[in-house]
Design a protein around this ligand. Structure first.
Ligand code: GLN
Ligand code: ZN
Length: 774
């Protein structure tokens, strides 16, 4: 083991946060000013050493270096390149506090600055810091952390087995945005190529043999100039004595495959989990020199692989490539939790189905061994893998015939409301007795430390159910009374019983399991613990009805029932891989549909089905959009269309890009949609106005991500701006998103301002109407 020639096992990146979220804790303590810089650096070093040794021990021949990051690897590349925003006020290489100021606007040392924008990394739930570009960037004066980490790693492993990884130049540039005026980013190609050249030379001098440049943009629809840029840039990146592995992932290269194989690099990594079909084409075109790294172990999901089936394909590839075939996960393991062996809370059967990062490395190494030495030499372990997978697929726990039958019997009618929106509108207005420009909120109210404590005590068994319910109902009453007092029109119960909008439902649905330590980095120190959907999904009993009905019993005003939509539940979970995603979404939609029917039967007059993840589910390639949008919309409609005409269906999405999906949003046919809009100053309403969006809209007038309470006038101005684009009969007034991260004093003030803003605009509308009459 630990060779550097022949069929190699390698890894593209390891989760950096630590099995016990050590990095999270260290970062947050440092940011709070409780610990020193040295302590933080020591934790980083400890994690790097541990992860490197662990990978070597598992038999990985080439171990990544540079995959560790104190916040984000794209930001690391930005700092390595010295491409710092001017407002940072730093000329020389950034120091760690400058780095944190870019990431989050604040660090123990240095002035606060507006943080750089953050957005999702391709179709994952990981967020990167957007590079800020300007025409005069020269990419000098960057930091040296990557080189330092290679030197450090060389204390633990021979340099030839270290493979520095970094975001490739064109992916970095593609992800970047002009700091101010728009300009052609490709004008930065020359200095960027020079900078990468310097970085590669520096790495070569440290004795490494391979470096991995990640270019996932090759799996996107690339304009012709960008494809050309790949040729011109990579032809300049050759450093004697250093070999470049070009890593692609998250999808098929398709029309970019030939381009990628033509580039003067020494190896190419392909994602053969997402896009198994590209192996044949690659084998035909790879030529006599390049290494093909086969990404065959799923870096985006948590199930053990069918190693036998993988070997069938790899053996055919080995026959053509010999030692130029490498084995790897499909992408960095950043997107899966660290170690399934820690999940002692799961029953043994379920645990046996799982492979987290550590187990995936074992799978990669085993594949390598079987390719080198033959299957017979590893028959026992291969058989165990086969059996584990077969057991999952055959397990009665993954199949529920009633659910399958019900999904098979879904008709188009079930996904259609009884009457078209204009008729429903009349029925709803009559029943809800709403004023013009009705006010509402998005669902959650502040999750106070006390609420969290109560929920925790109940989970730990320290508080009995009765006491727990009493505490939650008291909180609900507090929310209802406040909303009545402040004068909101459609009330919510406040969601105190919910830890998380997906977990809350997953815990009550059949087919879901939850891990104890299955954390995955979302951004910076923030981690999420996605549920596992392993079996057919159904709803054994109502999930929200008691709480909502209780809230409604306290008031005459309508209380909105709060549900999470099927696409969002799917998108924020690890999903079984033995059914198409669309089939799983349909099962979830049917479960939500039952909840809608039960809420309605309990007298609830408005029901909101949140779909904040609707847009992030979009496939990377445009040509795949229609297919996704078709089933995503259908599932939302299936969940909601059971409602009678007079029941008002709301949905909520918290982002502000709708231009390219507005048709699908309209096809969802929710009666009301609330969206984030305050930061874009209602600009996104253009999309709705241009399209002539037919139903009701509530553009947010309060940016709830900020602790700042906007004055009445500011919200009023936003409502008036919205009125320029949306007719008054179809406009609602609400915040951007839920209020769970805010505190009560802010909420009380801001909602009072919001209601007052709505009143003022209503008054002018009434004046205008009178003037027109008389
Ligand atoms: N109803 C949820 C809440 O208010 C919606 C959260 C979200 O959009 N992410 O918290
Ligand atoms: Zn939201």
């Amino acid at each position: 083991m630990g060779e550097t020639t022949g069929i190699l096992a390698h890894n593209l990146g390891f989760p950096r946060i630590g099995a016990g979220r050590e990095l999270k804790r260290a970062l947050e303590a440092y940011w709070r000013g409780e610990t020193s810089r040295e302590a933080l650096e020591a934790t980083g070093r400890m994690l790097r050493e541990h992860h490197l040794r662990l990978q070597a021990e598992k038999g990985i021949d080439l171990v990544p270096v540079g995959d560790f990051s104190f916040y984000d690897h794209v930001l690391d590349a930005t700092c390595l390149l010295g491409a710092l925003p001017r407002r940072l006020g730093t000329d020389g290489p950034p120091d760690l506090d400058d780095y944190f100021r870019m990431a989050r606007g604040r660090a123990p040392r240095g002035e606060d600055v507006p943080a750089c924008e953050m957005t999702k990394w391709f179709d994952t739930n990981y967020h990167y810091i957007v590079p800020e570009l300007r025409p005069d960037l020269r990419f000098e004066g960057g930091w040296t952390r990557l080189l330092d980490e290679v030197r450090e790693a060389a204390e633990w492993l021979e340099p030839r087995r270290l493979k520095p990884v970094l975001v490739g130049p064109l992916t970095w540039l593609w992800l970047g945005k002009p700091e101010a005026e728009p300009f052609d980013r490709l004008t930065l190609l020359e200095p960027l190529a020079a900078a990468y050249g310097r970085i590669l030379s520096g790495l070569q001098a440290l004795g490494v043999e391979w470096v991995q440049l990640d270019e996932p943009v090759l799996a996107l629809d690339l304009p012709a100039e960008w494809r050309q840029a790949f040729e011109s840039l990579y032809s300049r990146l050759q450093v004697r004595g250093l070999r470049v592995l070009l890593a692609t992932y998250f999808g098929a290269l398709d029309e970019n495959l030939e381009l990628a194989l033509r580039l003067p690099v020494d190896g190419i990594h392909l994602d053969l989990v997402r896009a198994p079909g590209q192996l044949e084409a690659a084998l035909d075109r790879i030529g006599p020199y390049k290494v093909l790294s086969a990404g065959v172990i799923d870096g985006r999901n948590v199930w053990r692989a069918d190693l036998g089936a993988v070997l069938d394909r790899l053996e055919a590839a080995r026959a053509r490539l010999g030692g130029r075939l490498w084995v790897a996960p499909s992408c960095s393991l950043l997107h899966v939790p660290v170690d399934a062996a820690l999940e002692t809370g799961l029953d043994e059967e379920l645990r046996g189905w799982l492979a987290f990062a550590v187990q995936k490395l074992e799978e990669v190494a085993l594949l390598r061994d079987a390719l080198r030495e033959g299957r017979a030499a590893h028959a026992g372990r291969l058989e165990a893998a086969r059996a584990a997978r077969a057991a999952r697929l055959a397990s009665a726990r993954t199949r529920d015939e009633a659910v399958r039958a019900r999904a098979a019997a879904v008709t188009e009618d079930m996904a259609r409301r009884r009457s078209p929106y204009p008729d429903r509108r009349a029925a709803q207005r009559a029943r809800l007795e709403l004023p013009p420009l009705p006010t509402t909120t998005i669902g959650s109210f502040p999750q106070t430390p006390e609420i969290r404590r109560t929920r925790r005590a109940f989970r730990a068994g320290e508080l009995d159910r009765e006491a727990y319910e009493r505490a939650m109902k008291a909180e609900i009453e507090r929310c209802i009374r406040f909303q009545e007092r402040v004068g909101l029109d459609v009330l919510v119960h406040g969601e105190p019983e919910r830890n998380d909008m997906v977990e809350y439902f997953g815990e009550q649905l059949a087919g879901f399991a939850f891990t104890r330590n299955g954390w995955v980095q979302s951004y910076g120190s923030r981690c999420v613990k996605p549920p596992l959907i392993y079996g057919d999904v159904s709803r054994p009993r109502p999930m929200t009805v008691d709480w909502i009905a209780h809230a409604q019993s306290l008031t005459d005003r309508p209380v909105k029932g709060m549900l999470t939509g099927p696409v969002t539940i799917l998108q924020w979970s690890f999903v079984r891989d033995d059914l198409p995603r669309e089939a799983v979404a349909t099962q979830i939609a049917l479960a939500i549909r039952d909840e809608v029917a039960d809420l309605e039967a309990a007298g609830i007059r408005a029901i909101q089905i949140d779909e904040p993840a609707f847009r992030e589910g979009l496939p990377l390639r445009r040509r795949d959009w229609p297919g996704y949008l078709e089933w995503a919309v259908r599932c939302f409609r299936l969940a909601s269309a059971v409602a009678r005409d007079e029941t008002q269906i709301h949905t909520h999405m918290c982002y502000s890009e709708f231009n390219d999906v507005i048709e699908a949003i309209a096809a969802m046919d929710a009666d009301v949609i609330s969206i984030e809009a305050s930061r874009s100053r209602m600009e996104l309403l253009e999309a709705f106005a241009r399209f002539d969006y037919p139903n009701e809209i509530g553009p947010g007038v309060w940016d709830i991500h900020s602790p700042r309470v906007p004055p009445v006038e500011e919200m009023e101005a936003l409502v008036r701006r919205a009125l320029e684009r949306i007719p008054a009969e179809r406009l609602w007034v609400n915040p951007d998103c839920g209020l769970k991260t805010r505190d009560w004093p802010e909420v009380e003030q801001a909602l009072a301002h919001m209601v007052e803003a709505a009143r003022r605009v209503r008054a002018t509308l009434a004046d205008a109407a009178r003037a027109a009459d008389g």
